[in-house]
Design a protein around this ligand. Structure first.
Ligand SMILES: C[S@@+](CC[C@H](N)C(=O)[O-])C[C@H]1O[C@@H](n2cnc3c(N)ncnc32)[C@H](O)[C@@H]1O
Length: 299
């Protein structure tokens, strides 16, 4: 079996590390450790006076990230920076970090390949699993509860808003008629039969509905809004905020927040246009196709 770390390729790795501008004695936060690909890059650039703080609300991810970063630090020996890992949502960042105390904050939003590839986590319809989709498996309703219990109207609104699915009403009606829904493949089939692809070669018709459910149950957009608000307060002057998003809803929040911050004299935007993956990276890692990286410096 391939180790999960080996399967996971950090997206826009070099660009992200470059924009963070890691100083060996600096203090950096990775809000989304995942399998710690980016975090390893940061840790390796830090020295013994440096410090890295990592967040992930998925206990399984946090454990794997801890194991990987411990190995890296053991390898670095006396040069290793201090490391603190926090198993909470990054919207709580200000509870753990003092104002104006960090040099860089990185966030690589969305689901990790570990979460996506693991059928039992319920994020994917390629492999059959329970309809779960919680990043934090310790709390909150599952996507299964939402598809089985929410009213048709609310479901339609959710699928429209977070999935940008124009056929949301048809999809919601089919979901309600298809209850009880117990597996991801069953859910995907119901959605696909209600809203078949309109053109050959389009994305799987369930993609938007799965995205909507995932965003809803993990409060993903609120989390990003909270982080965008907290980041400038936690950074020191000249500190960097680097975000990687994977769809337009995530990217829009960051773009608007950066622009508003620039207007108020808080941010100096470093990416006039977002950085994206080149052909070679997309070939190596198809997930990077939709990635957009934005970076800003605290004024
Ligand atoms: C795309 S992966 C990050 C991959 C990571 N950069 C790497 O190189 O391995 C996103 C990770 O962030 C976590 N995550 C997403 N939203 C979060 C939030 N609001 N708070 C804390 N962790 C979150 C997920 O559980 C997932 O493990």
């Amino acid at each position: 079996m391939i180790e999960p770390q080996a399967r996971h390729v950090p997206v826009l790795f070099e660009v992200a590390i470059e924009f963070l501008g890691v100083r060996p004695d600096g203090k950096y936060v990775d809000c989304t450790l995942g399998l710690a690909g980016h975090a390893e890059g940061i840790v390796r650039q830090l020295g013994s006076a440096g410090r890295m703080i990592g967040f992930d609300r998925d206990p399984e991810a946090l454990e794997l990230a801890a194991a990987r970063l411990d190995r890296v630090r053991a390898e670095m020996g006396r040069r290793a920076p201090k490391l603190t890992l926090i198993g909470e949502a990054f919207s709580r960042i200000a509870d753990h970090i003092a104002p104006a105390s960090v040099d860089g904050i990185l966030a690589d939003f969305g689901v990790s390949s570990l979460q996506f590839d693991e059928a039992r986590r319920g994020f994917s319809f390629q492999a059959d699993g329970p309809v779960d989709m919680r990043m934090d498996t310790r709390s909150g309703p599952t996507a299964g509860q939402v598809v089985n219990e929410m009213s048709e109207r609310e479901l339609a609104n959710l699928i429209y808003e977070y999935g940008e699915e124009r056929r949301s009403r048809t999809v919601a009606r089919a979901i309600v008629r298809g209850r009880p829904i117990t597996s991801t493949v069953q859910l995907a089939r119901i959605v696909a039969s209600a809203a078949p692809p309109m053109k050959f070669g389009q994305i799987h018709p369930a993609t938007r509905t799965f995205q909507a459910l995932r965003i809803y149950i993990n409060r993903e957009l609120d989390e990003i809004r909270d982080l965008c608000e907290a980041a400038p307060k936690l950074l020191r002057p000249s500190g960097r905020f680097v975000v990687i998003s994977f769809h337009s809803l995530e990217d829009r929040i960051c773009k608007d927040s950066f622009r508003e911050g620039a207007r108020q004299g808080i941010w100096n935007i470093l990416t006039k246009k977002p950085a994206t993956a080149g052909e070679e990276e997309i070939e190596r890692n198809p997930r990077s196709r939709s990635a957009k990286l934005r970076a800003a410096e605290k004024q």
